[in-house]
Design a protein around this ligand. Structure first.
Ligand SMILES: [Fe+2]
Ligand SMILES: [Fe+2]
Length: 293
């Protein structure tokens, strides 16, 4: 069953997710957004933001500060003079990239180090994030960082399900490979909810843009071209192409709509192969930088 924001089924499904999510939080299985991350995200939304204040706030979280500095000094982002302070790092990265790093750092706490299923899902999420950057540029979407964040978070619902019981989710994945069916149907049957609803709820609770939450909600549904949310359509292409280049997660998503492929300028085999190559190159260049600590 495809998720649909407007249907009664989705509404009751969403309530299921909220209940489950509350239970997870109450049992301390899922860390909520760390205090510093939450404050940084709030501050970034303030039009009168002070970069100095923001940098001082970042310094309160040692792990996050280290990550911001490392990324700002990497070949992909660095300028001629490498930043040595958090203030300089924020200036190099810009607020949109900083937001991605803050969310990424917080999300990494959902990745279980050493667990194959969990690590594979992290690799998939990062690959889709990087693919979104590539595809947003091709589709003429100026805010590639919004795309990056959408890709990174699109399967966060699965991260929660995997974190809750990695062996059970791996079993579910193997069953789908043996008897192919839609992953959301299989999750509904096993958990009474699916990862798109779970992700939608989490992203709302983290106060990320509604466009990102909506794309996560619709990425396995027929609503991918709905509502003028280009990110939803591009996400289906990114998810599909990552699966094609060996960076998928258990199942190959359905083929994207022809309009979505055309929007990303990869409707024919030649341009699709070229995009796949670009995605692989981006992954090779950046995956090390964003490895879970
Ligand atoms: Fe998914
Ligand atoms: Fe995915």
């Amino acid at each position: 069953m495809a998720s649909n924001m407007m249907s009664d089924t989705a509404a009751s499904g969403e309530q299921n997710v909220r209940n489950y999510y509350r239970e997870v939080l109450d049992n301390n299985k899922l860390p909520s957004l760390p205090v510093v991350a939450s404050k940084v995200l709030e501050m970034i939304q303030d039009p009168g933001i002070s970069i100095q204040k923001l940098s001082r706030l970042l310094a309160d979280d040692v792990g996050l500060s280290a990550r911001v500095l490392t990324v700002s000094r990497s070949p992909q982002y660095a300028q001629r003079n490498l930043p040595t302070t958090l203030l300089g790092a924020v200036q190099v990265l810009g607020l949109r990239t900083l937001r991605s790093i803050v969310v990424m750092q917080a999300t990494q706490s959902l990745c279980i180090k050493g667990n194959e299923t969990s690590e594979r899902l992290w690799r998939h999420s990062l690959a889709v994030a990087l693919a979104m950057r590539v595809l947003c540029e091709r589709a003429g979407v100026r805010d590639g960082e919004q795309g990056f964040l959408t890709g990174l978070m699109h399967d966060v619902g699965q991260m929660i399900l995997v974190q809750g019981d990695p062996a059970a989710y791996a079993k579910l994945g193997r069953e789908i490979q043996q008897a192919p069916c839609a992953i959301v149907d299989k999750e509904q049957a096993s958990y009474g909810l699916d990862h798109t609803l779970m992700g939608f709820t989490l992203l709302n609770s983290w106060n990320l843009d509604s466009q990102i939450a909506q794309a996560a909600l619709n990425h396995h549904s027929d609503l991918q071209m709905d509502g003028g949310n280009k990110l939803s359509a591009i996400l289906t292409v990114a998810d599909y192409l990552c699966s094609k280049c060996g960076l998928g997660f258990f199942t190959e998503p359905a083929s994207p709509a022809a309009e979505a492929l055309a929007m990303c300028q990869c409707a024919d085999d030649g341009s699709m192969s070229q995009v796949i190559e670009e995605i692989q190159e981006a992954y090779q260049a950046e995956s090390e930088l964003f490895k879970p600590a």
